[in-house]
Design a binder for this molecule. Structure first.
Ligand code: CO
Length: 418
């Protein structure tokens, strides 16, 4: 899926032409030549057998990758109500490894015995039901690749360019293959009433996290999922069962799902009244802003990293939209004066992360790197000034402005507002 060479000849020709234009026919990188004798010496690990099979019955990353971790921004008064962020700068392709998916918990991670876990579906239904996990696994299932983004992602950037890295500015973002039962199948099973317009979704955690879901989403593409990236959900991602609402703000994707109640009106829970609303400049607030708007960010190179030197560098990052597919991504290296079309890696899936790339020859001068996505509804990612014009500065959630990384002459990158 990731780093697949361009398949069709025309794409390959285009790539080679692009590389040749950048390199002028010369090599992209200068460095050690193959005639250096030390290149061919036999290293210690080639002189003896390595670790035996089943050395790690469940495989783990190399010990040399220990720095690739979820991290939290600052301390929190109660560790159970906290978040951790995905190290986007260290990842490739579009799939987030399960152990690096960001976390946001409101009362810690419940350790749930799947044999005792139940999902109740009741309210405006002809046949209210209680499902065991074994029963849920017998229903027809689907697997879909979708991003998951906390609506608070990049909220640090409303006031000032404060995050020191893309992990801390955009790391409340992950993308997995999710497997489960379409919620529409379960609604048919319980005989959802015509008057049912909203669904209360409730988690089994200590916070009893609950949100109101418009029933149209259930009929469209909502899933009740038990697996991610080919294995059962991780406890911190909702084991054994979570709601998944493609493109909707992360908080609504209720983890440890225990109850769905069908009703005629929204339930006005704490998390959709006092929290997860969007205050505007005039003091009014938007409620039920479910969809995550189109957004993109350059993940490499990004703030906190340093270019090794002038010459060829690949600029790469991620783009996504809660409304559908990414249509195009443009990249600027001069703070938004000129834009170039980036290459999109296949597959470009609806409501999934999309990987973009652009080759760049850095001459050693100051630069400001930006990316700008357009989704298939025609929506264009706003500049920071455009976003603030509409939303003001009272918001916490749904910040999706163009992100700027400044490159200094020494190659170091930092977070700036351009
Ligand atoms: Co919202």
């Amino acid at each position: 899926m990731k780093d697949t060479p361009p398949a069709e000849p025309s794409a390959r020709r285009r790539f080679l032409r692009g590389a040749a234009a950048l390199g002028g026919g010369a090599s992209l990188l200068s460095g050690a030549r193959a005639q250096s004798p030390e290149v061919l010496s036999v290293p210690p690990w080639s002189r003896q057998p390595g670790e035996p099979v089943l050395w790690q019955p469940y495989g783990l990353p190399s010990v040399h990758e220990k720095s690739v971790q979820r991290r939290s921004r600052g301390g929190t008064p109660f560790g159970g109500a906290a978040s951790s962020m995905t190290p986007l700068q260290d990842l490739f392709g579009i799939i987030t490894p399960s152990g690096l998916v960001f976390e946001r918990h409101h009362a810690g991670i419940p350790q749930i015995d799947p044999d005792q876990h139940r999902l109740v579906i009741h309210g405006l239904a002809a046949r209210p039901r209680i499902f065991s996990m074994d029963e849920l696994l017998r229903f027809p299932s689907v697997s879909r690749i979708h991003f998951l983004e906390c609506s608070g992602n990049t909220g640090s950037e409303w006031s000032a360019p404060s995050a020191a890295s893309v992990q801390f500015s955009h790391g409340l973002l992950s993308c997995c293959e999710w497997t489960g039962v379409p919620l529409s199948v379960l609604l048919d099973e319980v005989g959802a009433a015509d008057q049912a317009r909203w669904i209360l979704a409730e988690g089994a955690d200590g916070a009893a996290m609950s949100r109101s879901i418009p029933i149209e989403k259930a009929w469209e593409d909502a899933l009740v999922v038990y697996a991610q990236n080919g294995e059962r959900l991780r406890p911190e991602n909702g084991y054994p069962l979570r709601l998944f609402l493609p493109g909707f703000e992360g908080n609504m994707n209720i983890k440890w799902l225990r109850r769905l109640k069908l009703g005629a009106a929204p339930f006005m829970t704490r998390e959709e009244t006092s929290k997860y609303t969007d205050s505007l400049a005039d003091g009014q607030a938007r409620q039920f802003t479910f969809l995550m708007d189109a957004k993109s960010v350059i993940t490499r190179p990004s703030a906190g990293q340093r270019l090794a030197g002038p010459g060829f560098h690949e600029i790469t990052g991620l783009a996504w939209s809660g409304r559908g597919r990414v249509r195009s991504v443009e990249v600027s290296v001069d703070g938004g004066l000129q834009w170039q079309l980036a290459q999109l890696d296949a597959p470009v899936l609806p409501r999934a992360l999309t990987r973009f790339r652009l080759g760049w020859r850095w001459q050693g001068q100051p630069a400001v790197l930006q990316s700008r996505v357009t989704d298939d509804t025609g929506y264009v990612q706003p500049t920071r000034a455009q976003l603030i014009e509409v939303r003001g500065l009272n918001s916490v959630y749904h910040y999706n402005a163009i992100q700027s990384w400044a490159v200094a002459p020494d190659g170091s990158l930092s977070n700036v507002h351009a």
